[in-house]
Design a protein around this ligand. Structure first.
Ligand SMILES: [Zn+2]
Length: 253
């Protein structure tokens, strides 16, 4: 069965955040340690990486994931692309350029951030190589059919995905009607709920709970989480069928 591995469930700062002192009780729960937000879909014939968090290498080693068939970049905010250099090892291992799916505006950012991945390199020098590809409505990867949807994150578009009864919607403040229609009848939804207070670019907890109840997936996991959330304490107060995601969560679909 295909499986979604939550590589990271944290907001852009990560949790614990640099420069903040936390109570020992908060730090004692490993589920309160959140790396930056990304997932990897383990398909029948290959793995599909969605976003490259700054901790990509650590996340993949932790989850014992050794190969990636293709990568999707949902948008180019730092927390979603700053691990792309780590793809270098996989390019060297496979001897192939890494297919990277992204909208053209985000392909431009990737070329600007990683110019050396596209420049001629002296023999023997190891650099990542990205085979940038536009987003089709459906990506066939790893023996899965990954449907690509468009949601809104503040003022910019972000890719959400649906595979069978599973959907992943990170970095979202608005779900336009076409995507909304495609998010009906889900078994499992992973949804952005960045923090308790309102946020201009993300659903906060109240908005995420409202969206989750209206989409009514059988199970909803909240992700892109800040340190507002103590894992156990928050879960006790969430409605039935909704809970916080955590780093290392695995969902079969
Ligand atoms: Zn973002």
């Amino acid at each position: 069965m295909p499986t979604c591995v939550v590589l990271g469930s944290g907001t852009s700062n990560g949790v614990p955040m640099l420069g903040v002192e936390y109570p020992d009780a908060f730090l004692a729960n490993p589920k309160n340690w959140r790396t930056r937000c990304s997932i990897c879909l383990l398909g029948p014939t290959g793995n599909f990486l969605v976003d490259c968090a700054p901790e990509l290498r650590i996340q993949m080693a932790r989850e014992r994931i050794y190969d990636v068939e293709a990568t999707l970049i949902t948008h180019t905010h730092a927390d979603h692309v700053m691990g792309m250099d780590d793809l270098r090892s996989l390019c060297v291992k496979s001897g192939k350029d890494m297919p990277v799916y992204a909208w053209p505006r985000y392909q431009e950012d990737i070329r600007r951030i990683y110019p050396y991945a596209f420049a001629a390199a002296p023999p023997g020098l190891e650099v990542p190589r990205y085979d940038l590809r536009d987003l089709p409505p459906v990506i066939a990867v790893g023996g899965m059919q990954v449907e690509t949807l468009e949601v809104v994150h503040g003022k910019i578009p972000v890719v959400a995905i649906r595979v069978g009864g599973f959907a992943y919607v990170t970095d979202v403040s608005e779900i336009p009607q076409p995507a909304w229609d495609r998010l009906q009848g889900l078994e499992t939804l992973i949804l952005d709920a960045v923090r308790i207070k309102r946020h201009p670019n993300h659903f906060n907890l109240e908005q995420a709970l409202d969206v989750a109840s209206r989409l009514s997936a059988k199970k909803t996991y909240l992700t892109h989480l800040s340190h507002d959330y103590d894992h156990e304490f928050t879960n006790q107060s969430l409605p039935k069928g909704i809970e916080l995601a955590w780093d290392g969560l695995r969902i079969e679909f």
